[in-house]
Design a protein around this ligand. Structure first.
Ligand code: NAP
Length: 276
């Protein structure tokens, strides 16, 4: 299994699991937790969640999924921008840990940039790291200029979690290489385009047919085609989980990549960072 190295030397699987929209309906929770457990069995041991998802409900589903298996999991959660500084961050983290039923997180991310100054967020993150409540911190939805604003603290930032899939390639213009140069992986969210129109694209479908796989598998293998990217598809359907895990073995050929580049051209100029 491909591993991705974090700036502090820690390693995580390149393919993990997302949890957005889990925990929204009580009736689905057991099935969602079972899906996450299947994902763990398949080696997708990085789980990404957030206090925002179902207002804590997704973290509760994760708690159920990882009960008795904490040591296998690289656990990521995110703090709302309005909680991302001072004692508010301490309290938000405390609530997340309680919902997740764990002592500490492996990674805690600023979900997106709000009005709290970045230096206040870094100060609070570092305090939580010293207290042993998080192993490391990172950011999400930050563009190059925001990352530069972190100054020397950027060296301690473990990742930038950003929207990245075939249909949204803006980070290839500068953010991806900016992060690579610093040994900082990006974490690609919505890698299968939320299971929507992207997966019905004719070129993607043709490439998939050539390999006898599904369009989603090609979309995932594409996000993992180069080093320094962690991909976190969300799947509640066991069939989707098995497909996604198998996408790790799919190697796209230069012809595949050229066809995909023609259908989904890489960026030619700078645009604002896309986010959901
Ligand atoms: P996604 O992973 O691209 O798509 C999830 C959707 O695709 C689900 O409806 C899922 O269906 C479906 N799917 C998964 N595997 C599939 C397959 N093999 N074939 C067909 N459909 C498949 O989108 P996402 O959930 O937006 O992004 C992934 C994760 O990134 C999130 O869950 C969250 O953890 C994180 N995220 C972060 C941010 C941020 O601002 N930092 C924003 C968005 C997302 P089933 O569930 O029915 O299997």
């Amino acid at each position: 299994m491909t591993l991705v190295r974090l700036p502090d030397g820690g390693e995580v699987p390149a393919l993990g699991q997302g949890t957005w929209h889990m925990g929204e309906r009580g009736a689905d929770r057991a099935r969602e937790a079972a899906a996450l457990r299947l994902g763990l069995d398949l080696g997708m041991t990085l789980i990404d969640t957030a206090e925002m998802y179902a207002e804590g409900g997704a973290e509760e589903v994760v708690a159920e999924a990882i009960a008795g298996r904490r040591d296998e999991v690289f656990l990521v959660s995110k703090v709302y921008p309005h909680n991302a500084g001072g004692r508010k961050l301490d309290a938000a983290l405390g609530r997340s840990l309680k919902r997740l039923r764990v002592e500490s997180l492996d990674l805690y991310l600023l979900h997106w940039r709000g009005s709290v100054p970045l230096e206040d967020t870094v100060e609070a993150m570092e305090r939580m790291r010293t207290a042993g409540k998080i192993r490391r911190w990172g950011v999400s939805n930050l563009d190059v200029d925001d990352l530069e604003e972190l100054g020397p603290a950027l060296a301690d930032c473990a990742t930038d979690q950003v929207l990245y899939n075939l249909g949204t390639r803006g980070i290839e213009y500068d953010l991806l290489s900016f992060c690579r140069k610093r040994g900082m992986p990006v974490m690609a969210y919505s890698p299968v385009g939320q299971g929507g129109a992207l997966l019905r694209d004719a070129t993607l479908t043709r490439v998939a047919a050539r390999h006898g796989v599904t369009p989603a598998q090609v979309a995932l293998a594409w996000t993992l085609r180069e080093p320094g990217v962690i991909s976190i598809p969300k799947a509640s359907n066991p069939g989707h989980l098995r497909e996604n895990a198998a996408a790790r073995d799919l190697r796209l050929t230069p012809e595949d990549l050229a066809a995909l580049d023609a259908a989904f051209p890489p960026p030619k100029r700078k645009r604002g960072l896309a986010m959901l």
